[in-house]
Structures are given as structure tokens and as C-alpha cells.
Write a new protein. Structure first.
Length: 202
């Protein structure tokens, strides 16, 4: 498939639960084919082909994708297949995580003082814990601590995304750009596609 497929890409599947990966494959069936193997076998498969430069993008959790679609459409398909996920300790917030004003629906308990200790204006109102005003709980780019992760879980807030990230793709040449404009946890191809999508919106 490496030789015959019009587009060959490398995706990062690290940390994706098995059920989520199965859903992604089902959603993209007929458009994108996934092939997983050990990194050294993937690199050997690329040797002496025109797509050998993809070897530089193979790392932990890597897999091949094959498609007739262009890389930018593949990027959009993968983006749409992502789903919300709980925050784990050590995760990096991709956007500001905001606790919105109003009732949390949770009964009075230690959570009130835990929120207050972290700068969140929380109180007991009508028998449940309430947030007095919209508050940025975690800023974009900050590392999520164990305590913050536990509180977000109690509040049933899933601020992260789980899905396949397209690292690089080959279509008559490797899709690649400068790393200087990359945002936190953004891949090279994320940047290419983000810039193109932003340009279309203007």
C-alpha cells in the first residue's frame, strides 16, 4: 500500500483508548485506512521508496494511514472524529478551562473549600455547590495537577480531546512547514491546515 496509495501519512495514536480508536476507524472506513506496526518495521517498509522521508516522523504511538483524499481533507476528517476526554494529571490545557456561573448540581461537601482554595468563588446555594461567576480554572498552556484533574472529574468536565493527530503526509512530496508557529501540542500538519482554514475564513 505504501507504493500504490496516492497519499501515505503518519498519525500519532498514542494514549487513544481502544474503543475510541475503533470508533475512529469505523467513522473513516472507506476514506482512510489505518495500519499499525512496530516503529522499526514501519521504517523498514519505507526504505527505498519515494516516501522514505516519512521515517523522520515515526515515533511512539505512530501508525500509517492510506487514502485517496488529499492531506488537508484527511486532517479535517481526523479533526471531526475527535471527542471530549477527561483531563489527566500532567495534561496540558489546550485552551482556557472555564468554570461557568451557576449550580454544579453537587451536594455540599469538601469540594466547596477545595474550589475556594484554588481561587474559585464557590458557595452553597439552595442545597448545592454553586459557582458565583465565570472563572478561568486552568489557563491555556498550564499543566493540569492531580487535584485539578479530580475536581474536573467531579464536575463532569471533559476539557481534553482524544483522537488521531496527523503528523505528516506524502502526496507528491512531504507536507511540512516551519515549527516556529506551532502552538502547544500542535503537529506540523496541524499548523499547515490551521493556517489554510484561517485563510479561507478571511
Amino acid at each position: 500500500m505504501i507504493e500504490s496509495s496516492p497519499v501515505v501519512g503518519v498519525v500519532d495514536l498514542q494514549s487513544i483508548p481502544a474503543k475510541q480508536l475503533q470508533n475512529i476507524r469505523e467513522d473513516l472506513r472507506g476514506k482512510v485506512t489505518f495500519r499499525m506496526s512496530k516503529n522499526n518495521l514501519m521504517k523498514i517498509a519505507l526504505e527505498k521508496t519515494e516516501k522514505e522521508s516519512l521515517k523522520d516522523y515515526i515515533g511512539a504511538g505512530a501508525a500509517f494511514i492510506f487514502s485517496n483524499e488529499n492531506p488537508f481533507k484527511i486532517y479535517r476528517l481526523l479533526l471531526k472524529s475527535k471527542s471530549p476526554a477527561p483531563a489527566k494529571p500532567g495534561d496540558i490545557a489546550k485552551t482556557d478551562i472555564v468554570l461557568h456561573q451557576g449550580s454544579t448540581g453537587l451536594p455540599p461537601g469538601p469540594l466547596v473549600s477545595e474550589l475556594q482554595s484554588l481561587g474559585v468563588p464557590a458557595k452553597i446555594d439552595k442545597g448545592s455547590i454553586s459557582i458565583e461567576r465565570d472563572t478561568v480554572f486552568v489557563k491555556h498552556g498550564e499543566t493540569i495537577s492531580k487535584k485539578v484533574s479530580e475536581i474536573l472529574s467531579q464536575l463532569k468536565i471533559e476539557p481534553m480531546e482524544v483522537g488521531a493527530n496527523l503528523t505528516a503526509a506524502f502526496e507528491e512530496g512531504l507536507v511540512s512547514v516551519s515549527y516556529t508557529h506551532l502552538r502547544a501540542h500542535e503537529t506540523v500538519l496541524d499548523l499547515v491546515c490551521r493556517l489554510l482554514l484561517e485563510k479561507k475564513k478571511r
